[in-house]
Design a protein around this ligand. Sequence first.
Ligand code: PLP
Length: 478
Amino acid sequence: MGIPSQGKSREEVFAALAELKKGDVDHGSGRTWAYYYDAGKEAEAIGKEAFMQFLSCNALDPTVYPSLLKLENDLVDMGVRHLGGGDAQTGAFTSGGTESIILALKTARNHARATRPEVTAPEVIIPESAHASFYKGCHYLGLKVVQTPISMETFKADVGAIKAAITDQTIMIVSSATPYAWGVVDPIEELGQVALDHDLLLHVDGCIGGFLLQYFRRLGQDVPAFDFTVPGVTSISMDWHKYAFTPKGASVVCYRSKDLRRHQYFACSGWTGYTVVNSTIQSTRSGGPMAGAWAVLNHFGDEGYLKLAQRMLDTKNALCEGIAKIEGLRLPVIPDMCLIPFTTEGDINIWHVIDNVNAKGWYVQPQLGYREAPGCAHLSIHTNHGPFVEPFLEDLEAAVREAAEMKPTGLGAAVDDAFKSLSPEQLTPEIFARLLGMAGISGTALPDRMAEINEVMNTLSPELSERLLIEYFNALYR
Ligand SMILES: *Cc1c(COP(=O)(O)O)cnc(C)c1O
């Protein structure tokens, strides 16, 4: 469209934005089981107001905005202490889990450069359940990924496989508390010992689980240790904008020592402009996310979060019980965290179950299979889901019955036959169009039902499906 030649009035601008929003998922309704973390209207309003008050402040230079230095120091202190640390531990406020993780990787890389000159091609050991952002970070930073399997009984990282993967080029082991997909805490005490024995860094990704699991433990659930109280843990990432319910753009990466954190920083005085020293990837940084996070954390306080945690724990337990009782469904694992994966038994197609239940006004997230791990549906529970458990379970049961009556698509086998031996480099525009066609997509418009797309994606090799996604997004975005 280009920049409009004539300016629009305030009313026209907001009317156009409101119109656009109509196509989005209704995340405030309690019928959405992903992407949105709801702790009620009051907390949302407080977070937004604080966010707006500091939106235009710039954390680029803390000497000019001492308020932002104070907010950031408070947030790091709250993060560190919540994660079992004390005065000696430290960290940095970041824009989200991905940035926290990229920074932890960058710190590990630069720490190795400074302390281990024999490392020339640094490797990071990543269990297959750890978040995609670790791959993204390694991709950006030129680090080699060494992927290890998880146990198909516990869905936790396999300590033996990690030990076997260590080489003289290994710089860091990655673990999760918890992975998004399975909601279980990796064997972090054992991994801490492995890290100490081999003098390696150990990162714990607590982006989604780190905040709330501390409360679940206090409420009596048996949660394995994962924080700075575990010897060998050197860094932890934790998102505020997930289960601390703050406005988006808020996370923290914590380190065992300032000595380690130093490797995260970047400074530049060798140019003609202002001298730069950055703690994070962003340089100009809005104060909005910090103020929003600070306000919501202060609004709830520890006691407030404990009460919210009780609600989510009760909802998780009720859902796990209810899903296990539905004929044709099973839970691969009972999660520690209020993240629930479930899948189907027998011939029932999980992607149809998801479409069928979503057609009844819910949003359930598909989670593709990988190697031995089954394709699943995923539920992220928030504080206002309690009253929705019963109606959801009823609709889910009906969705499974409907899926049981649907004919197998045969799509998986067809895709497998046609494209099994194809390498990503061979993906011509014609093959790309054919694959999209099999998935029911013409042009870039998505169909109402996603089962075919999910089945195609679930069948293709990760390399080919990554390539397909990039081609699709390259077409989707202007
Ligand atoms: C969400 C998530 C991340 C990435 O966080 P973003 O804020 O989406 O960048 C990393 N690790 C885990 C376990 C997560 O759930």
